[in-house]
Design a protein around this ligand. Sequence first.
Ligand SMILES: [Fe+2]
Ligand SMILES: [Fe+2]
Length: 302
Amino acid sequence: MKIAAVSDIHVVPGGADEPLLMAIKDRVEDIAPDVFVIAGDLSHDLSILEEALATLAVDDAVRLFVPGNHDIWFESEKQIGSLEKYARLIGDACKNTGFHYLPDEPYIDGEGAFVGSIGWSDYSFARPELGISEEQYRRKEYRGAVWFDVFNVDWSFTDREATELFNGKLEYDLKTLPERVRWVVYVSHHLPFRELTVYKNRLPWDFFSAFMGATSTGEILRRDGRVVLSISGHSHIRNLIRIDGITAMTVPLGYGRPADGDFESLARDAVAQVEIDDGEVKVVDFVSGDICEGMPYAMARR
Ligand SMILES: [Fe+2]
Ligand SMILES: [Fe+2]
C-alpha cells in the first residue's frame, strides 16, 4: 500500500493559494498513492476548508482527513462552534468532497486499518525544568505570549478532558477493528509522542511545545501492538522517528510561501511518501525540518 501524506497547509484566504493546492494535487497524483492523508490545519474558515478539500480531491486514491486545531476554531459570524465543526460540519465537508472523515470511523482495507482523530494536548510535553505552572498552561499565556486556541476553541472541555475523550475513542476504534486487521496506521493532528517535538531551549517556543500533544496517546499506540505507522501534523517542524517498532512522522507544510513562486518545490517537500508491505513500513520520500524556512509568511492567521 502506497501512502501520500501532508498537513498544515494553512490555506490563505482569497484564492492566492490555488497554485499551491494545485501543485500539491499534482505531486500526489505523480505519487499515485492508494491512500492520501491530510492531517489537519487547512483553514479556520469552513468554506475555505471545503474548497481546499475539493481542490485536493485526487483521483484514484482513498482520501482520509482529520481536522487540526485551526480547523475547529469557532466562527462567530456564522455562529458555529468548535464541537459542531468537529462532530458534524467538517465530516459533512468531507462527504461533499469524497474524503473519509476518520473521526467518524476507521478506514479498513483488508488486513490494514487507519484510525484517527484530531488528538489533543494535556501538557505532558511541557518541560518541568522551566518551572511554568499548570495554571499558566491552562491559561495558555506566558509573559505575553499567547497560544491562540485559548481565544478560538469554544468547546466546554478542558485540555485534559479533550485528550481523554480522543484517547477513549482511539481505544474504542482499536478494540472494535475486525479480527483480520494485522496492521494499523494512526492519523492525528496533535502528536502522540513527545519525541516528535522539537524543543529549542528558548521561550516562548518551549512553552508552546506543551500544546503539541499527549504522551498518553502514544502509550495506547505502543500497547496495541498492531500500530506500525503514525502520521501527524501540528508541529511545523517535520520529524521522523522510530519508537517501539512504530514509524512516527509529522508532515506539515507551514505558513511560508516561496517568494519566487516555486510552488512545485514546496509541494514536493511537503508531501511525504510511505509504503506498507505486509505490515512493514518503508519511508520512500520524507523531508525533515522546517520546509518554509526563510520564506515570507502568508497571512493565514486571524
Ligand atoms: Fe498548523
Ligand atoms: Fe495545529
